[in-house]
Design a protein around this ligand. Structure first.
Ligand code: ATP
Ligand code: MG
Length: 240
């Protein structure tokens, strides 16, 4: 049996909220408005995943699928320095791929799974998981097909998490929620509907606070108490 590994986010407050960090064997989703820190958390996890286990890392490599072209290798450098790691070695252990269509995104996953069978990976990032679906299925009548293809993609992600004991970190966009519903002060909700809600084990909602401050709220997670954590986004990555 594989045992779960928890990877530090760089913020003790956020780690505490998550019960120790981002978990392997499942999907963690972060959604929130632009600049809320979704991608900077991804950058930070690219580095922290490579820390040894006793430093709350995962002692493994990272696979990164980028659908928006926002991964910045030069942003990895100060994060690596902050964790006192060699930046070039850290970059060498990040397998990066840019996806241009949802089908391309799916095929990249298949290729990465083959790599994971050969080398020790501990994290797979998809930033953002849904952007290409929203472009490729933009017509009104295409929603059912989009959701079906999205479900396929997410089921593949779950399989990878379980088969290779990796943490899967996906980012999601927020969309207007005309109904308002539970978001009385901020009428937005995560995209992807029930399909995404069902696939993501841990759903995190990020929002901006003052200055560099960000707030993370547990939106849905079966084993975590409800709560919030405040952290900072800095050039050294996520921190308290
Ligand atoms: P989006 O929805 O646009 O993808 P996001 O949630 O991914 O947004 P990030 O890209 O993680 O947001 O940005 C979070 C914060 O990081 C922003 O406030 C931004 O100012 C800051 N930031 C961007 N680039 C740098 C950098 N090179 N060094 C430090 N902070 C940066
Ligand atoms: Mg981003």
């Amino acid at each position: 049996r594989k045992s779960v590994v928890r990877i530090t986010t760089g913020s003790q407050a956020l780690d505490k909220l998550l019960g120790g960090g981002i978990e392997t064997l499942c999907i963690t989703e972060a959604f929130g408005e632009f600049r809320s820190g979704k991608t900077q958390l991804a950058h930070t996890l690219c580095v922290s995943t490579q820390l040894p286990i006793h430093m709350h890392g995962g002692n493994g490599k990272v696979a990164y699928i980028d659908t928006e072209g926002t991964f910045r290798p030069e942003r990895i450098v100060p994060i690596a320095e902050r964790f006192e790691m060699d930046a070039n070695a850290v970059l060498d252990n990040i397998i990066y791929a840019r996806a241009y269509t949802y089908e391309h995104q799916y095929n990249l996953l298949l290729g990465l799974a083959a790599k994971m069978a050969e080398e020790p990976f501990r994290l797979l990032i998809v930033d953002s998981v849904i952007a290409l679906f929203r472009v490729d299925f933009s017509g009104r009548g295409e929603l059912a097909e989009r959701q079906q293809k999205l479900a396929q993609m997410l089921s593949r992600l779950t399989k990878i998490a379980e088969e290779f004991n990796v943490a899967v970190y996906i980012t999601n966009q927020v969309i207007a929620d005309p109904g308002g519903g539970m978001f009385i002060t901020d009428p937005k909700k995560p995209a992807g509907g029930h399909v995404l809600a069902h696939a993501a084990t841990i759903r995190l909602m990020l929002r901006k606070g003052k200055g560099e401050q960000r707030v993370c709220k547990i939106f849905d997670a079966p084993n975590l108490p409800e709560g919030e954590a405040v952290f900072q986004v800095t050039s050294g990555g996520i921190m308290d």
